[in-house]
Design a protein. Sequence first.
Length: 163
Amino acid sequence: MLFRKILYPIDLEKASLEAKPYIFKLKDAGCMEVHLLYVMVPSEWGLIPKGNYNSEEMIEALKASMSEGYVDGLKRTFRKLQEVAREFEEEGIKAFISIIPGKLSEVISSYAEENDIKLVVLGVSAGSLSFFKIGEIVDIIKASTKPLLIVKSKVNYSSENEK
């Protein structure tokens, strides 16, 4: 049961979604749980309380401190995460969803420790490996005490910038 619990930081972009098939393949290596983690970076969350927003009800409660439009967008994100979670459940892998505000590397590292995660699976694009963005990936590698599987997306840098 080497990879029983996997952490899958996901932003729903193509690069992070391309890591999903690798997690399905890890079922043969003992994967029984996948934790989908969406990290709200500081520019997204401002001054909302730190916490694990893992239900629509908890997200709805944010209307007290955030604009209704942003909360509605966050609920749409949660529903998309639920669709991804259903794919894992259909393959016999229990799925958990967490939306947590904070710095990417810190949230990933602390979540992995608190939840006894055995492997972190990151989907990255060529753009995230560019000179100006590689720092976030390096920060995650430095902060993590868990093994990492980094899946480089087939998305190339030029097509990523055309979005």
